[in-house]
Design a protein around this ligand. Structure first.
Ligand SMILES: C[S@@+](CC[C@H](N)C(=O)[O-])C[C@H]1O[C@@H](n2cnc3c(N)ncnc32)[C@H](O)[C@@H]1O
Length: 275
């Protein structure tokens, strides 16, 4: 457990300040607005749900306050009534957290979200109770195909995903910054993501540093610049497949120079941090 201080951001949504990492979990100008933009909007989750009849597998680095899970669940619930519910219509949300927050802290969270189901929020505030080390599997509502697979431990410990593998559609890469949390920005992490990913998998992160883009490029990801959230100039989207021009235009993505990133990485411009 690390020491965290609850904080209400400017859009009325909650976040935490971590004393250990000396950093907020979200942008203090709007936790909800930032997460909604960086992960749900920039990865076009709504369109994906429609096009794939609600078959969605997400892996998140850093469960933290659980906000990203709740936003993904909300996106799924919004489209659920319009889906043709087959056996494979489901949201599987994988997440990893080294320092889960307490039930007491979780109960203080406020999110100005139009909840489709109130019980989802109630369930969440209690979800940290009874968490055990390693994998924890939850289905918050018995009649809804929403599944949370939460790993309590360090991401470095995860070598395979259970109960599925090689199926992740989207990565929400949300650790602290590379300065505070360097072990989460290594080629070893992006290599794992490649192994667990569907061939069309995409990754989103709020970060835009050249070093993190180079770490993605050396492990075979296509890397793109996108407009950041809340006035931030840039963030990063990566994809296991090369995205066609029409997608780049529609989603306003700019291609990074992969050869240059790879060359700079191998020239030793950045000090590698283990694996
Ligand atoms: C920026 S916060 C995540 C915010 C979260 N996605 C949310 O919506 O609240 C980063 C999280 O990553 C966790 N973390 C940092 N390093 C980790 C590691 N090596 N393995 C697992 N979790 C880690 C931290 O404890 C923290 O909860």
């Amino acid at each position: 457990m690390t020491k965290v201080i609850p904080f209400v951001t400017k859009d009325g949504s909650s976040t935490l300040f971590s004393k250990h990492y000396n950093q907020y979990y979200h942008n203090p100008n709007g936790a909800l607005a930032e997460s909604q933009t960086v992960f749900i909007k920039r990865l076009n989750i709504d369109d994906y749900l429609k096009a794939h009849n609600g078959e969605l597998m997400i892996f998140e680095m850093g469960f933290g306050t659980g906000l990203n899970f709740l936003l993904a669940a909300q996106a799924f619930l919004k489209s659920f009534s319009n889906l043709h519910n087959t056996g494979s219509t489901a949201l599987h949300f994988y997440s990893v957290e080294a320092y889960p927050i307490s039930t007491e802290i979780a109960a203080t969270f406020e999110y100005p979200i139009d909840w489709q189901r109130d019980t989802m929020k109630e369930w969440f505030s209690k979800s940290m109770k009874g968490l055990k080390k390693g994998w924890n599997h939850y289905q918050p509502e018995k009649d809804l195909p929403i599944f949370l697979h939460l790993y309590w431990g360090n991401i470095q410990e995860i070598t395979e995903l259970k109960p599925f593998s090689q199926c992740i559609n989207f990565y929400f890469h949300d650790p602290f910054s590379i300065q505070q949390n360097p072990e989460c920005w290594t080629p070893g992490i992006f290599e794992r993501y490649k192994k667990w990913g569907h061939p069309h998998a995409k990754l989103s992160t709020y970060a835009a540093a050249t070093q993190i883009r180079a770490a993605m490029a050396v492990t075979g990801w296509q890397v793109y610049k996108a407009t950041g959230a809340l006035g931030k100039r840039e963030m990063t989207i990566a994809s296991l497949e090369e995205l066609p021009n029409r997608v780049l235009q529609k989603q306003q993505l700019k291609t990074c120079d992969l050869q240059s990133l790879i060359k700079r990485w191998h020239a030793g411009e950045w000090i590698p941090y283990g694996n």
